[in-house]
Design a protein around this ligand. Structure first.
Ligand code: MN
Ligand code: MN
Length: 360
């Protein structure tokens, strides 16, 4: 069964007659066509009468075919109105369709409700997210390849550290090296933070110069063949003080312990809870300010979400990050992040760059 047919089965099971998909990630997952159409409409419409319709700008027609899409195409020029074209294309309107609320601007929703004026719309984001949560063999391969390049990016970054260099200079070295390896796109804005700036989990790299005694935090990932990677490492430059070391060892122990919990069938919330309890017991509980991780695939953040209260059970084929951190304002922060894949026998670490304390 193709992915589209499987999706259709799931929709039917949920009492729906069709779907209108609009996110870049789902379009790619179901059509193998990876595109960022900017303001132009790209959508996949499927329904019970057998329509499997990819709607996209005319200029992308050949690219979509080349990517392997062999279903129906409805293409439009910039001078044409894709909504009107869709309306005249359809000879039957379903009574209910699934949409992605988070990926559908109000203006487009209004267009849809005009065409499907007797149709009930249901947000099926959860359903779509659950389908993508368990990866197949090809997805595993792509995730692993992307993770290898993330490892390489950290290696380049660590080697680029030297007295007086700015965070942005080091960041540029990383991305230059990755581009030379065929990486077109990072999976998010590369983070290189140093010194007190490491205390912000979402800090912005800038012109701060590296100096002795700084912690230097790298958080980066690439997109390769449509799949993302994500790794964080923190190293010390030339010297580490007692508290920095204590924070580092606390994060590392919690991260390893959390990884050890991962097993098919256990509740996802356990992973965060175990690490959180451990960090709390070491006196840093209030400084671990985010969930322990997130699923990763076509989107850098996808299902499952690794919060302490997620009751979902771990399944074989899931891929997610485990990334505890401690951030002490005015002092600094440490985060250690690996990407893991759940296998029959336990876990495989997709990112493998060493994580014992390094003074470079
Ligand atoms: Mn992450
Ligand atoms: Mn990250």
């Amino acid at each position: 069964m193709t992915r589209v047919e499987r999706l259709f089965q799931e929709l039917k099971f949920g009492g729906l007659e069709g779907a209108f998909l609009t996110s870049k990630a789902n379009i790619f997952y179901y059509t193998n066509y990876y595109t960022d159409p900017h303001e132009r409409l790209v959508a996949l419409y499927i329904d019970a009468t057998g329509n499997r319709l990819l709607i996209l700008p005319s200029m992308e027609k050949e690219d979509a075919k080349q990517a392997g899409w062999n279903g129906d195409l409805l293409t439009y020029k910039d001078t044409e109105n894709p909504w009107k074209m869709l309306e005249s294309y359809l000879d039957h309107k379903p009574s209910s369709i699934g949409i992605e609320k988070e990926q559908l601007p109000v203006s487009r929703y209004e267009q849809l409700t005009q065409i499907f004026n007797q149709t009930e719309f249901k947000d099926t984001t959860e359903l779509f997210n659950h389908i993508r949560m368990v990866k197949d063999a090809e997805e595993y391969k792509r995730l692993k390849e992307a993770a290898e390049l993330a490892d390489y990016g950290v290696k380049v970054g660590v080697e680029a550290i030297s007295e007086g260099k700015t965070e942005l200079e080091i960041l540029a070295s990383i991305e230059y090296a990755l581009k030379r390896q065929g990486v077109r796109e990072m999976s998010f804005s590369t983070m290189v933070l140093s010194g007190h700036k490491t205390a912000s989990p979402h800090g912005a790299p800038g012109m701060k110069k590296i100096k002795k005694g700084d912690l230097v935090l790298f958080d980066l990932g690439v997109v390769l063949n449509g799949y993302c990677s994500d790794i964080t490492r923190t190293v010390a430059y030339q010297h580490v003080d007692k508290q920095q070391k204590e924070i580092y060892e606390t994060v590392l122990a919690a991260q390893k312990n959390a990884i050890d919990q991962v097993k098919e069938g256990i509740e996802i919330g356990t992973i965060d809870q175990v690490a959180r309890d451990q960090i709390k017991a070491n006196g840093y509980g209030e400084y671990f300010t985010h969930r322990i991780g997130h699923g990763i695939g076509i989107d850098v953040h996808e299902y499952p979400s690794l919060t302490s209260h997620n009751p979902l059970k771990i399944r074989k084929g899931m891929s997610f990050t485990i990334e505890p951190g401690i951030y002490v304002p005015g002092i600094g922060g440490v985060r250690i992040e690996d990407e893991i894949f759940v296998t029959e026998n336990g876990v495989e670490l997709l990112t493998t760059y060493p994580k014992e304390m390094q003074i470079v």
